[in-house]
Each structure stands twice: as structure tokens, then as C-alpha cells.
Write a protein that binds this ligand. Structure first.
Ligand SMILES: *Cc1c(COP(=O)(O)O)cnc(C)c1O
Length: 442
């Protein structure tokens, strides 16, 4: 064995032996959680709403909003958010093209059209400078995604939204507990909605949450998919909804399995503490990585009061030019071998490149669903999205425990590949995983 050769070329791996389990143990399970789950099962409360209502109140308070509604998953919470702000047939929803599909796909259920905006390379979030390009006479709302834990640049986004009278929905699925200039994410928009599924940093199993300060949005969100709560106890102020009590207005059943909300109540007790630990560990790793050729951390300037919360699916940018043009996929492959974690590249693929947004005719209406009721062919606007295609990002390990000695080994794995890049240049044609979504940790 050649002692300092890259693992992928026959040398020893940089991370060897046992890795302490707590370095990546997420989501954590403890006895309190186990007992809470068993209690729901033993009392056959899975389909009740008592625990869910407790969680809604507690979560909304933690999220610094007045009202909260839980859903069976984040996808439905986001759909309810669209309905809540009044998105309807012919309206347009602006959404960054690089996000998980659930940020916008269900706009089709409401007859609305999605207009995609570019994301910025340095934060992978909606580029405020691209926002006005997307606005047309029928633009109703903007979906802002705090992508891969990074807070979107809310000051200019809110300013433009206000100027044009647009509603703002925040998708906080990747960033529960994060801050933008000191203010909690999820408190900027008219409504915020998010996933709390198992892999997210706020992890409860299949569960979604919607929060808002406005009674009307809450009532519309509740009526949309909670048939057993679409009644005078919850929905009494929004006049146009009153005749329609006792049916879910979108025909969706959003009730939550209370195993998830029981877990959520316990998570709330120490989530802030846990994400502080993640922040310490991730910042330590990225401090070590500063200046590594080919590698650019994607992080916030904490001096401004912004934070990355739970660092869900953390990413870095890869700069091939600094490593002789070494393709990103080959770099990822080599680092993965050093550290024993399969890294992915490209994060989510840009949604506008999918045929769904060109021609699918879901309702057999003789017209692509995306523009079914549209006043303009919003597909033409996709031509301006080249900047969001092929963004060379690479997933990085998600350290959830501050164990400096261990974290140093992972940084050394990346640095080793950067130092030995020339050994990889021959015949390297790996362009990466191209936006397929892999969990960052084996
Ligand atoms: C996970 C995710 C969702 C969807 O949530 P589910 O709970 O899986 O339905 C929505 N938006 C983003 C950005 C996500 O990552």
C-alpha cells in the first residue's frame, strides 16, 4: 500500500476504525420519546387530535407565531399554505427552481402556475435580483425556501413582495430554528409551512406544520384538509367559509398520526440546545476547511445574527478550476472513499428542467397543466434560468455532535483529495450525481 496515496487509488482511508455513533446520530431517540410513542399506541390515540392540538400550540409559540396547524406531511402543509393565501386558478406562484418538488408542485392542484426564479450560488436560495423578472399581472405569491439550512435573503425579498402586493410563504423544511439577521425563520412570510419528516433537522416522522399570525389564513388552512375541525370551534371568522363546515374544502385528509405530534412535543424541549451543538460542530468543520483548494463553504456571517439552524443537508460549492478542472463527481467519489460517507453532488435538480413543467396534462384538459388557466405562457420564462443549472455543490457531512478530534479527520479527508488532485486528473469524467437526492450520511 502506498502510504500517502488516495484511498481510491489504493492508499489508506483518512477516516479509519470506529466512528463514535453520536457524531451522526440523527434523529436521536431516547426513552422519553419511546415512552411517548408507546403511550399513543397503547391508548389507541393515533387518530385523535388532542396531542396534535397541544403540539400545534407549543410549536406555534416556539415558532413565534400566533397560530399553528399540523398536517400528515409537509407537502400537504405547503399546499394548504397556498390555499390559505388564496392562490387559485390563473394565479402565479414564484418559486426558486432549485428546491425539493413539494415547495411548489401542488400549485397544480389549485389551478395555479409556477414561475421559477433563479437561486444564488453563494446561498442556494432565491435570488432577490431575479424576483422582479418573474412578476406578472397574475402573480399572487412567492414561495421562499430556506434551502439546505441557509436563510434566504429576506430583506430585499420582503421589500419587493410588499412593493408588488404579493403574499409570501416560507418553506422552512430545511431550517427550523434558523435566523436571518436575528429574526426567526418562519416569521417573515404571511404563512410559513414545513416538513418535520424523519430526515429533517426537526424530525418527528411524517408530519407537516403551518404557522401564521392571521386568523383568516389559519381558518382557510384548517378548512382545507381537516374535515373534523372545519367547524364553528375553529372556523368562525372567515365568512365565505361558514356554509361549508364539516367537509375538507380541498377534499384532502390532513389528520396527523399522533405518534408524530407526541414525538414533536418532546423534541421541542431540547431542539434549540441540540441545534446549538450542531452549529458548533459544523462551524468547527467549516473553519478547518477555510482556504481548502476547490472547496467553498456555504454558510452565514453569524456576526449579522443569521444562523443555519440544524444544518439540514449541508452543502459546499466545488471550484473545479482550483483543482485543474477535476470533475466534481470524481472529487466527490475520492472524498467519499477517504471519509466513508457517500457524498452527493448537485443537491435537488432544477425543477424547470423536468417535463412535468413543460407538457404534462394531468386533467386531460387538452393543455399543459402548468399553464391550464394562465394568461401567459410562463414556460417561456424558464429560459432565464441557466444560472441555476449545473451549480457545482457537494454535500458535506452533517455533524450533530461537537467532537473536534473526529471532525478533524473528516476535514483531513477533503484536504487530502484537494492536495492530491493531480493523481485523479487522468481519465476523470465523472460529472457527479446530478441532483439526485441522497442522504448525506450512510
Ligand atoms: C421535505 C421537504 C418538503 C416536503 O415535506 P414532506 O414532509 O416530505 O411531505 C417540502 N419542502 C422541502 C424544501 C422539503 O425538503
Amino acid at each position: 500500500m502506498i502510504e500517502d496515496a488516495l484511498k481510491i487509488l489504493g492508499g489508506p482511508a483518512e477516516v479509519r476504525g470506529d466512528v463514535p455513533k453520536e457524531l451522526f446520530a440523527w434523529p436521536y431517540v431516547n426513552e422519553e420519546i419511546e415512552n411517548a410513542v408507546l403511550d399513543v399506541v397503547r391508548k389507541n390515540k393515533m387518530s385523535g387530535t388532542d396531542i396534535t392540538e397541544q403540539f400545534e400550540k407549543a410549536f406555534a409559540a416556539w415558532q413565534q407565531r400566533k397560530l399553528g396547524v399540523a398536517y400528515a406531511n409537509g407537502t400537504l402543509a405547503l399546499q394548504a399554505a397556498m390555499f390559505a393565501v388564496g392562490l387559485g386558478a390563473g394565479d402565479e406562484l414564484i418559486c426558486p427552481t432549485k428546491t425539493y418538488w413539494a415547495s411548489c408542485l401542488s400549485a397544480s392542484q389549485l389551478g395555479a402556475s409556477v414561475v421559477f426564479a433563479n437561486v444564488r450560488r453563494d446561498d442556494l436560495c432565491l435570488d432577490p435580483e431575479d424576483l422582479e423578472r418573474c412578476i406578472g399581472p397574475r402573480t399572487k405569491a412567492v414561495m421562499v425556501v430556506h434551502y439546505c439550512g441557509h436563510p434566504a435573503d429576506m430583506d430585499p425579498i420582503m421589500e419587493i413582495a410588499r412593493k408588488h402586493g404579493l403574499r409570501v410563504i416560507e418553506d422552512v423544511s430545511h431550517a427550523q430554528g434558523g435566523r436571518y439577521k436575528g429574526r426567526m425563520l418562519g416569521t417573515f412570510g404571511d404563512v410559513a409551512a414545513m416538513s418535520l419528516m424523519s430526515l429533517k433537522s426537526f424530525s418527528c416522522g411524517e408530519l407537516g406544520m403551518l404557522v401564521t399570525d392571521k386568523r383568516e389564513y389559519y381558518e382557510r388552512a384548517m378548512a382545507y384538509s381537516h374535515y373534523e375541525r372545519n367547524n364553528e370551534k375553529y372556523v368562525y371568522e372567515t365568512r365565505e367559509l361558514l356554509p361549508y363546515h364539516n367537509l375538507p374544502l380541498g377534499g384532502m385528509k390532513g389528520r396527523v398520526n399522533q405518534i408524530a405530534t407526541a414525538i414533536g412535543l418532546i423534541r421541542l424541549r431540547d431542539y434549540d440546545e441540540r441545534i446549538a451543538e450542531i452549529r458548533r460542530a459544523m462551524n468547527y468543520f467549516l473553519d478547518l476547511m477555510e482556504g481548502t483548494p476547490g472547496f467553498r463553504p456555504i454558510r452565514v456571517d453569524e456576526a449579522t445574527g443569521s444562523t443555519m439552524a440544524g444544518w439540514y443537508s449541508p452543502q459546499a460549492l466545488y471550484v473545479a478550476e482550483e483543482l485543474g478542472g477535476l470533475p466534481i463527481g470524481r472529487y466527490a467519489e475520492a472524498v467519499s472513499a477517504e471519509i466513508g460517507i457517500r457524498l452527493s453532488t448537485g443537491a435537488n435538480f432544477p425543477l424547470h428542467t423536468h417535463p412535468y413543467f413543460r407538457d404534462i396534462d394531468l386533467y386531460h384538459a387538452g393543455k399543459p397543466t402548468r399553464i391550464l388557466f394562465a394568461e401567459r405562457d410562463v414556460r417561456k420564462l424558464d429560459e432565464a434560468l441557466k444560472a441555476s443549472e449545473d451549480i457545482p455543490c457537494i454535500s458535506i457531512p452533517w455533524f450533530v455532535k461537537y467532537l473536534p478530534g473526529e471532525i478533524e479527520k473528516y476535514a483531513a479527508g477533503f484536504k487530502k483529495v484537494s492536495a492530491h488532485y493531480k493523481d485523479l486528473l487522468d481519465g476523470a469524467e465523472n460529472d457527479g450525481t446530478g441532483g439526485h437526492w441522497y442522504a448525506a450520511v450512510n
